[in-house]
Design a protein around this ligand. Structure first.
Ligand code: DX5
Ligand code: ZN
Length: 219
């Protein structure tokens, strides 16, 4: 079944608590926490995402879906496991080699957290096949990481389909999450090719009624 993970990157200042409570009432499945360090991507949301995650932990039981867009992954794992996320996803491109990827996977698991691997649009999906047996989720970026409100890169549909085919062939139990430019126009297309967790920020936060848009995205 399809789940929705709402990115809180673009929450309006001073309306954070109201937004979080509205999203909880609207039954988002996850809060998507976009952690950016100003090095792996230009923006720096690091401290703000720690603050937002602590608000969520205080007022909601819904799970945190942490998306690390950082160079120093180990530091971010240390900082964010304190907030007891449901899953921590890091970027394949932030690792030097396969050994480091496997080391990071083990570190996240040692912190009692599920693991996701994220790939940027230009990374070939075949590059991460060999590590899929060790993760719970693969996050396919459908925009260049770094900011919200971008348009979905349609070439990514083929990439999602390729991953879904491989996962089915190998009988792997992993979620396929897509992130960037997901809205009522693009949701159908990414679901049709195999995505089962949809990240949406702008499409949900700008909606008048969070519940309706979340239900529509899941249909
Ligand atoms: C971009 C982030 C995405 C983004 C999604 O680097 O990883 O999660 O905030 O925002 P929308 O849904 O507005 O494209
Ligand atoms: Zn994200």
């Amino acid at each position: 079944m399809v789940e929705v993970s709402t990115s809180i990157l673009s929450m309006k200042e001073k309306e954070e608590i109201k937004t979080i409570m509205g999203l909880e009432t609207a039954k988002t499945d996850y809060f998507h926490i976009d952690v950016m360090d100003g090095k792996f991507v230009e923006k720096n949301t690091y401290e703000k995402m720690i603050e937002y995650s602590s608000y969520i932990k205080r007022i909601s039981n819904l799970p945190l879906d942490v998306h690390l867009m950082v160079k120093d992954i180990k530091k971010a794992i240390y900082d964010f496991t304190a907030l007891e996320p449901n899953i921590i996803t890091f970027h394949y491109e932030a690792c030097k080699n396969k050994e480091e990827v496997l080391e990071i996977i083990d570190l996240i698991k040692d912190n009692h957290c599920r693991v996701g691997i994220a790939v940027k649009p230009d990374t070939k999906i075949e590059e991460i096949y060999e590590i899929l047996p060790y993760v719970h989720m693969c996050l396919i970026m459908t925009v260049e990481p770094g900011k919200g409100g971008q348009t979905l890169i349609t070439d990514m549909l083929e990439k999602i389909k390729k991953l879904k085919t491989y996962v089915k062939e190998k009988q792997l139990e992993i979620d396929i999450e897509v992130d960037g430019g997901i809205n009522l126009n693009t949701a159908e297309r990414v679901k049709n090719v195999g995505a089962n967790i949809l990240v949406a920020g702008t499409a949900i936060l700008k909606a008048v009624d969070y519940k309706t848009i979340i239900e529509e995205l899941k249909k």
